[in-house]
Design a protein around this ligand. Structure first.
Ligand SMILES: CC(C)(COP(=O)(O)OP(=O)(O)OC[C@H]1O[C@@H](n2cnc3c(N)ncnc32)[C@H](O)[C@@H]1OP(=O)(O)O)[C@@H](O)C(=O)NCCC(=O)NCCS
Ligand SMILES: [Zn+2]
Length: 243
């Protein structure tokens, strides 16, 4: 796991992105969105290059949306989960950004999904909870102290989205199809409806600091050891052209 601050965005990092990514970066209207995007995408390349022992410029990403790939009328390879390619093939990656947080998760050979969500107190969670949460999940949320419920909702969301990003379905896979235990208990997957459920999944909450909820999912039955890094030195070195 690599955590970064979007304020580390710089022209040097933008140079690491490929043409498609730079095009998307340039289309964001808000500087904050551009910063999160460039830091997430540059860091994804840098950690892959570091793990593969190659230059960041040699790392390519193939995109694949598992939900759209199931529908012959849609293109599953124009968007979706980034799969490292070139010398970085065989590595698995996921990244997420929200507010002042950027996070990249990297494994060797095990599909991974990460999600960080800023807890937004203004957001009306009632309507979204109807769609995103199962009845027993909503009931568990209702038993929590009123002041903890919005954060609890985002805790549910981060866990479910991390799982859906690990499989490559994304939100189109349906937050309501994935069931997890109450957010004030250690994370675990309790059920997955439909034929596209993974055979095995590991799930954990991540500490993203106050005002954030984050989760990490890996499609494995084995034990998972998480190493957490601050990405600042890697990004600083790269932004200043020192490798
Ligand atoms: C993509 C999605 C998972 C992102 O969630 P989010 O909370 O808005 O954003 P995050 O920062 O957590 O994650 C974004 C990253 O997830 C990755 N991602 C995109 N689709 C993914 C998928 N199907 N599976 C796994 N990862 C995916 C990308 O790397 C993306 O980075 P980018 O937006 O900077 O290119 C979610 O918005 C989604 O599934 N949207 C689908 C809606 C849509 O666009 N539908 C049409 C095509 S299916
Ligand atoms: Zn899709």
């Amino acid at each position: 796991m690599w955590w970064a601050d979007p304020n580390l965005a710089s022209p040097g990092l933008l140079e690491l992105l490929d043409e498609r990514e730079r095009g998307r970066h340039d289309r964001f209207r808000l500087a904050a969105d551009r910063d999160r995007y460039v830091v997430a995408h540059a860091l994804a390349r840098l950690v892959c290059a570091r793990a593969a022992g190659c230059d960041p410029g040699e790392v390519a990403f193939r995109l694949h949306c598992r939900s759209c790939a199931r529908d012959p009328s849609k293109r599953g390879d124009s968007h979706g989960k980034p799969h490292p390619d070139g010398p970085a093939r065989g590595l698995e990656i996921s990244h997420s950004h929200s507010g002042e947080r950027v996070v990249v998760a990297l494994t060797r050979g095990v599909p991974v999904g990460v999600d960080v969500e800023g807890v937004s107190a203004e957001r009306d969670i009632e309507g979204v909870a109807e769609i995103a949460l199962a009845e027993n999940e909503r009931a568990a949320l209702d038993t929590m102290p009123a002041g903890d419920r919005v954060a609890g909702f985002f805790g549910y969301w981060a866990r479910k989205e991390a799982l859906l990003k690990a499989t490559g379905d994304g939100l189109s896979g349906g937050l309501g199809t994935v069931r997890v235990n109450p957010p004030d208990q250690p994370a675990s997957l309790t059920g997955w409806d439909g034929p596209h459920a993974p055979e095995r999944a590991w799930l954990s909450d991540l500490d993203a600091g106050p005002g954030y909820r984050a989760a990490l999912a890996a499609l494995t039955g084995g034990p998972v050891t998480v190493a957490t890094h601050d990405a600042t030195p890697l990004l600083d070195r790269s932004a200043s052209g020192r490798g």
